[in-house]
Design a protein around this ligand. Structure first.
Ligand code: KIV
Length: 275
């Protein structure tokens, strides 16, 4: 099984990752890499690095806005950030989260709001949290030709009901959720914070790709919050987050040096001044 992205990046001809190509990766045994982005700069960097999909997650409520949960995030905020991301992306599939209370009221509400996201941002797909309980909504979105990624397991929008961000272990319910999402027409499903053996069984049971976060190595792809992966976020870091860099430390060091050099007159020097 190859760890390469769906297709190696070709500077001359960029072949975008479409929904069918994303789904096809599972049949071909290629693992999918997905990361979050909320603006032009980060989306450009991730796209150039070759990720298969960029998720404009409602995690922006916590990562960008500094809020305690994703619940306050609005449709307009998702549209604003998705526009910035889509503007930067040449290759990756851009998926946008439907935030809390923009799809739970009715399938019609979901189609209207998801359609607005697609029309206003140019994104390729939406993501919503839910399986069995959202099957009718996923079916309505599919019928409207709006590609849907489902999200089961730990659903951050259910934090009040769950009483916290906890590992989900009800195997029967989680398999039913994932199956219901596939049967309703979802093209992929995120599995968040579930035991690895269960994620393996669900991945084997579905023909659509499973994208894991805290779900072990046997999913068809992985997703992480980019700022976690790069060591930019502070506070509690869940066990499943691997930090590939410590950018917060580097930023603090670089900015500290800049402040010191401004204070002592070392910056700007001759090399950085016009004659
Ligand atoms: O909002 C988000 O970023 C997500 C991913 C972490 C899966 O839902």
């Amino acid at each position: 099984m190859s760890a390469r992205p769906v297709e190696a990046r070709d500077q001359k001809e960029v072949r975008p990752v479409t929904v069918p190509r994303f789904v096809e990766a599972k049949r071909q045994g290629r693992k999918l890499s997905v990361l979050t982005a909320y603006d032009f700069l980060w989306a450009s960097l991730l796209d150039a690095a070759g990720v298969d999909a960029i998720l404009v997650g409602d995690s922006l409520g916590m990562v960008v806005q500094g809020k305690a949960s994703t619940l306050p995030v609005t449709l307009d905020e998702m549209i604003y950030h998705a526009e910035l991301v889509v503007r930067a992306v040449k290759r990756a599939l851009v998926v946008v989260d439907l935030p809390f209370l923009t799809f739970q009221i009715s399938p019609a509400q979901a189609v209207e709001n998801a359609g607005t996201i697609i029309k206003r941002t140019g994104a390729a797909a939406v993501k919503l949290e839910g399986g069995v309980t959202q099957a009718a909504t996923i079916a309505a979105l599919s019928a409207a030709d709006i590609p849907v990624m489902a999200h089961v397991g730990l659903k951050p929008q259910s934090v009040l009901k769950l009483g916290g961000y906890k590992i989900q272990r009800d195997a029967e319910r989680l398999l039913a959720d994932a199956r219901a999402a596939e049967e309703a027409g979802a093209f992929a499903v995120v599995l968040e914070c579930i035991p690895r053996g269960l994620a393996r069984d669900i991945s084997a049971a579905l023909s659509i790709p499973t994208i894991g976060i805290g779900a072990g190595p046997d999913c068809d792809g992985q997703v992480l919050v980019t700022q976690d992966l790069l060591g930019l976020t502070t506070g509690h870091r869940p066990k499943f987050v691997k930090t590939y860099a410590n950018l917060a430390e580097q930023v603090t060091q670089a900015v500290g040096q800049y402040i010191a050099e401004v204070a002592n007159g070392q910056f700007p020097d001759d090399d950085h001044s016009h004659a």
